[in-house]
Structures are given as structure tokens and as C-alpha cells.
Write a protein that binds this ligand. Sequence first.
Ligand SMILES: [Zn+2]
Ligand SMILES: [Zn+2]
Length: 145
Amino acid sequence: MSNHRLQGAIEALKTTRVRMTPQRHAILEYLFESMTHPTADEIYKALEGRFPNMSVATVYNNLRVFKEAGIVKELTYGDSSSRFDCVTSDHYHVICEECGKIVDFHYPGLDEVETLAEHVTGFKVSSHRMEIYGICPDCQKKSQH
Ligand SMILES: [Zn+2]
Ligand SMILES: [Zn+2]
């Protein structure tokens, strides 16, 4: 399933001027297979063994290229480093307050909030953002021992 979407992203890149390199392929593969919304640093650590000449800056630059091509989303949280999300369809995030893990979920019902906001405020609404915070199952287990 993730492989199918990876292929889709690679096809989408082909329609842009972005050249596919082994590094770029590995970064995309990691993003689509891990599904953990990694930071550039986490991707770098996962791949540095395979690409000894690669730096965090290289990873970051490649992520920027993917972002401009529209196949990843950058999630900024106003603190240190951005996280990167390969799912570009609308979805929401539930974030673990212990380990920072981000998990996707879908709730199409919230689209109505935009319509409501337009009616109530007269704004031309373009998007919305919602995040849920809590403790993930792994961290719940850890605190029980
Ligand atoms: Zn956690
Ligand atoms: Zn996501």
C-alpha cells in the first residue's frame, strides 16, 4: 500500500523538473515506509549508513524540493525542527506529549467547520489545522512498568 503511494510520488516527480537520484529515492522511501512524520535529522540518521557523503543539509534541501513539487508537507511547530509528512490528502494529527510521535487520522466531518466559519465571519476560508494531544499506546505501556 505504501509502496503504491511511493510509486505515485515518483510519478508525480517525473512531471516536474526534479531529477530522481538514489539519495532522493531513499529519502522518499523512508518517508513513505516509516509513516512517522520524521524530522530531517531523523531521516539523516536512518540513511547515513547508506550515504556516507550525505549531510543533514542535503536531506533538508531534498525535502524542500519534494515540498515544492507538492509530494510532502512540512509541519512546523514553532520550535526546533520541522517534521515532514508524505500524505498530502487532508488528515489530522494526534501527537504524543511524551515521545512526540505523530499519528494520522481522518475526520472528513470537520470540513463543515470551514463553511461555518465563512458564514459566521465573512472570511474566505482557505484551510484549517487541528491537532489532538495525548499519550500514545507505547508510552502508556512504558509508564505502567
Ligand atoms: Zn509516545
Ligand atoms: Zn500526517
